[in-house]
Design a binder for this molecule. Structure first.
Ligand code: PEP
Ligand code: MN
Length: 270
């Protein structure tokens, strides 16, 4: 992978990204929140609940990349304003997906981390625009990306001057249909061999099943991930997107406690 100049691991130094009081790459980060921002009450209630359960950042989609054009597309600017309110109240930094090059610059006023989703991984104009932004970027793995392709996408962002990229393994498409995607946890130690960038795991999109989120969260921690991003909803059955893979706040609290215990145990091994 000689062509990946800026993203490649050259020595022992890892990239650290300061987001508020958190240092991604050094501190383990737990990101949680709804798939979509649906309304103010829903989002604020989830923000309070995930914060109480130990989340470090709030996620929530305002622009949703949906398979069907008739499915809920997100609240757009209104959704970003709701996320800004949640940040104001809780202090949690905000992660939200950007779909369009025209939205990158102004969205930076509302979010702390720009998410680029699996469906946009090789939208090169969008990657370049994110590279010009002065906000950290959460770059999901594409559902059909090899590690080399994924790292090249990160290279686009770094080569435009933005060194603050967090990679996110979110499952790849395989012949298996029981799970929504196949969560490739070998990607975590492999990326750590190949790159200095932090890498987190999304077990919600990675499995598409509530019952698999806790075990795969723990497996992700054991694999050496720098963090997790998990979907949480007050009433998952009623969620406007990804209702099969959202934890309730109570389920999230239980997972968060297990993650904390496993991390303490792993630190004791060092
Ligand atoms: C999401 O985070 O809600 C999302 C759409 O993720 P992905 O791009 O990984 O499918
Ligand atoms: Mn989702």
């Amino acid at each position: 992978m000689n062509e990946i100049k800026l993203v490649s691991r050259t020595g022992g130094t890892n990239t650290h990204i300061q987001i508020g009081r958190l240092t991604v790459g050094l501190d383990f980060i737990l990101i949680a929140g709804p798939c979509s921002v649906e309304n103010e009450i829903q989002t604020l209630e989830i923000a309070r609940a995930v914060q109480a359960a130990g989340a470090d950042m709030l996620r929530g989609g305002a622009f949703k990349p949906r398979t069907s054009p008739y499915a809920f597309q997100g609240l757009g600017l209104k959704g970003l304003k709701i996320l800004a309110m949640a940040r104001e109240e809780t202090g949690l930094p905000i992660v939200s997906e950007v779909l369009d090059t025209r939205d990158v610059a102004w969205m930076c006023d509302y979010v702390d981390v720009l998410q680029i989703g699996a469906r946009n991984i090789q939208n090169f104009p969008l990657l370049k625009e994110a590279g010009k932004a002065r906000k950290p970027v959460l770059l999901k793995r594409g559902m059909h990306s090899t590690l080399s392709e994924w790292l090249n996408c990160a290279e686009y962002i770094l080569s435009e001057g933005n060194p603050n990229v967090i990679l996110c393994e979110r499952g790849i498409r395989t012949f298996e249909t029981y799970t929504r995607n196949t969560l490739d946890l070998s990607a975590v130690p492999a990326i750590k061999e190949l790159s200095h960038l932090p890498v987190i795991v999304d077990p919600a999109h990675g499995t598409g099943r509530v019952s698999l989120i806790a075990p795969m969260s723990l497996a992700a921690v054991a694999s050496g991930a720098d963090g997790l991003i998990i979907e949480v909803h007050g009433d998952p059955k009623m969620a406007l997107s990804d209702s099969d893979q959202a934890l309730t706040p109570q389920q999230f609290l239980a997972v968060s406690r297990k993650i904390r215990s496993l991390r303490l145990f792993m630190e004791s091994l060092n």
